[in-house]
Design a protein. Sequence first.
Length: 339
Amino acid sequence: METYQRELELKGSLLVRDPHARGQLLRHAELILGDVINSLRAGSVQVDEGYRLLALDIGSSRASRGVQPSESLTAASALFEAIVLETVTEVHGSVEALRLAVLALHRSLMLRITAASASYSGYLLGKLHDAHLDERNRIARELHDRVGSALSIAHRQLELYDVYRAGEPVKAANRAGRAQEALKQSMLSLRAVTSDLKMDDVPQSLEKALLGYVDTVADHGPEISLGINGDETWAPPTVRDESFLVIREAVRNALSHGAPRRILVTVDIAPHELRAMVDDDGSGFTDTDLAASDGIGLASIRERVDLLGGTVTLFSRPGAGTHVEMAIPLPGHRDAPSQ
């Protein structure tokens, strides 16, 4: 086990830095080693029937903590090498014993990796399902609060138009005008909602997607400035697409709750990291305000970034605006220093 831990530390494994993950890692290694020993004693491949319990827990736990699958594969590879090297020494040249040990080790590892992978994927699919439900609920609220409200006003004004039409034509005309304005507002609101739905099919270019979104809100909102630095090709398409959705949600939150005059969106892309910031000069909020709201927008942001293995920072103060920042590690050059 010492050789195994030392090898992971040399590889810079995240699993040995986190106490919880480290405990799971060592327990798993002990059980796998136990399978190899029991197989050598029995003369045939033996895998403990309870292997799934810890494997499933490891899969969901690592997914919830944003640990990438590559970390698990690196740990499995290091354990395989450590046990094989130790077995070669212990079996004293017996080819049959070595063959059995390797088969048992391979079998134990693959069963556990398969179970952990299923649990990992299941957790992510569950989070994705939750995100879809949140998005559907958001659209329902938008339609109810913005479109539905305006249509209700229009309907009421048309009812009053019928009341005044025969005897008070001036009042009737006034009510008809108000109904017309309410219908115009409902059309604008509906257009805004449908524009958001169209933008869910994100273009490959993050900059083009953000510029397109800014164009849809620029005519009836605050000044929005956008700055993108770095090469977008450093970020995989999935990261670019999810980053757009996160940035859009942060801007939408600012527009919906902060009443800002100006919003600044900054995206810095380096080979090792994509970092995005959304700053506004709106009303800001306190922790109490956040707790009292539905919080779905912020929850969606955190969940999307968590699934990419990134982090989200939020700072706000009443009267001083809000700062939202996310940092997502990129596959290449992870050890490069931050700029």
